[in-house]
Each structure stands twice: as C-alpha cells, then as structure tokens.
Design a protein around this ligand. Structure first.
Ligand code: CTP
Ligand code: MG
Length: 230
C-alpha cells in the first residue's frame, strides 16, 4: 500500500493580486510551491507527487526542483476540483485504487512534519480517510445578503477544513467525478466524499497551516516558516 501526494497549483491567485501566481512568490528565499513540495516529500511514507499546473504556467520550468522521488506534472483545470481530478487520473495509471492520496494546496507551505505525520498515523487504518482541521474559536454568525445577522451558529462542532485531505485513490476519484457531474459545490475533497455518502474524519492540526490567500498572509507565513526553522 502506497501514499501519494497531489498538489493543486493551477490557480491564478486573484485575491493576492501579485504579478505572478502566489505559489511562485518567494518566502525565505524559496518559491512557496517548493516549500510545499519539500514538506510532503520529506515524509518517508510519501512515494511521489503529482503537481497540477496551469497550461499557461511559465514559472515551474525555471524552478528545476531536484528530488529523489518522482514529481509529475499534469495540466490543471477550471476549478481546484478539476485540477485535482486530472492529477488523480495521472496517478491511476500506475497506482492502486486502494492507495492513499494526500491532496494539499500549493498555497499552504507551512504544513509541519508533525501535522502531516499525525494525519497519516491517525488515518492509516481508517475505512474512509479524512482531513486536517482546526476547531472554530470565534462566535459564528449567519447573515442575510444585507449583512444583517439572522442567527448565531452553534460553534461547538464547527471546524475549519485544512489540507492535506487524505482519501483512497479509487473512492476519491469516483466521488469527485460524481460531484462534478452533479454540479455540487466541491471546494475540497472531503465535500465530494460527503456527497458520495462517506463521513471523513477530522484530525486536529495546527492553525499555523494557513492558506496564503491575501498579501498580508505572506508576513504570517514567513513567521511560521521561521519558527519551524529554529
Ligand atoms: N487551484 C488549482 N486549480 C484551480 C484553482 C486553484 O489547482 N483551477 C489551486 C491553487 O493554485 C491553490 C489551491 O488550489 O494552490 C487553493 O486555491 P486558492 O487558494 O483559491 O488559490 P487561487 O485560486 O490561485 O487564488 P484565488 O482564488 O484568489 O484566485
Ligand atoms: Mg481560488
């Protein structure tokens, strides 16, 4: 039984508003996507990575990453879920349907070894799989379109969904295909699995595993990376 990683990296980073897609911005002297790759490939259980890149990507080839494990490139799709599905189709050419796949955003370079290891260890014998998450700490409000509060949402069992999200190759591929076909909202792998009737398991990770979305996140990410270096 093998473990593979998929990195969706075909986004344009609209909210970041930088000249180049955010995954190619540098933090601590290294492109964000390379930090992300380093972290996944450093785990002894991870056999290799498939990266989904935009067809217009002109940056990847200049990074020339050298790893002793296979890093395969595929073309991304219109939305994140299409990018992930393309990568799963590539994996299916040589991997087993029962193999584990860890899908991790290129824009989350601060994934710690301990969180990754905890996810893998916790789900190793799980029938379904699951994802890293962080319990919600703020009071949550539901509003109408005019920003007026309708009610306060019970925070008790609410989590922020993070990545990696770890599922078996066959079931995940089918779940994503079904969800896309049914025009479901699939913003992560877990939502596709939920739509297919599974109950993914949440594994508590650290809040430092942020997704770099806006410019101010770069400062935070730099801080977390620096903390992990020391
Ligand atoms: N992604 C992808 N294919 C897409 C869209 C997004 O592979 N069609 C990837 C992004 O590159 C990123 C991850 O999915 O690593 C999470 O998406 P997000 O943070 O939304 O990145 P962008 O879509 O690039 O940013 P924005 O939504 O601000 O444009
Ligand atoms: Mg996006």
């Amino acid at each position: 039984l093998s473990y593979w990683a998929v990195i969706p990296a075909a986004g344009i980073g609209r909210r970041m508003g930088s000249e180049i897609p955010k995954q190619y911005l540098e933090l601590r002297g290294r492109a964000i996507i390379l930090h992300t790759l380093d972290r996944l490939l450093a785990h002894p259980s991870v056999n290799g990575v498939v990266v989904a890149l935009s067809r217009h990507d002109g940056w990847w080839e200049h990074l020339e990453p050298h790893y002793d494990k296979p890093v395969t490139r595929v073309e991304g799709g219109i939305e994140r879920c299409h990018s992930v599905l393309n990568a799963l189709h590539e994996l299916a050419l040589h991997a087993d349907d029962a193999d584990w796949v860890l899908v991790h955003d290129a824009a989350r370079p601060c994934l710690s070894h301990s969180d990754l290891d905890k996810l893998i260890q916790t789900l190793a014998d799980d029938e379904v799989g699951g994802l890293l998450g962080v319990p919600v700490r703020d009071t949550m409000k539901r509003a109408e379109a005019n920003d007026r509060v309708v009610d306060t949402v019970e925070r008790e069992n609410l989590w922020h969904a993070l990545t990696p999200q770890m599922f078996r190759l066959g079931p995940l591929r089918h779940a994503l295909e079904q969800a896309i076909e049914a025009e479901q909202l699939v913003t992560d792998e877990a939502s596709a699995m939920e739509h297919a009737g599974y109950q993914p398991r949440l594994v508590e990770g650290s809040a430092g595993n942020i997704k770099i979305t806006r410019a101010e996140d770069l400062v935070l990410a730099d801080f977390y990376l620096q903390q992990q270096e020391s």
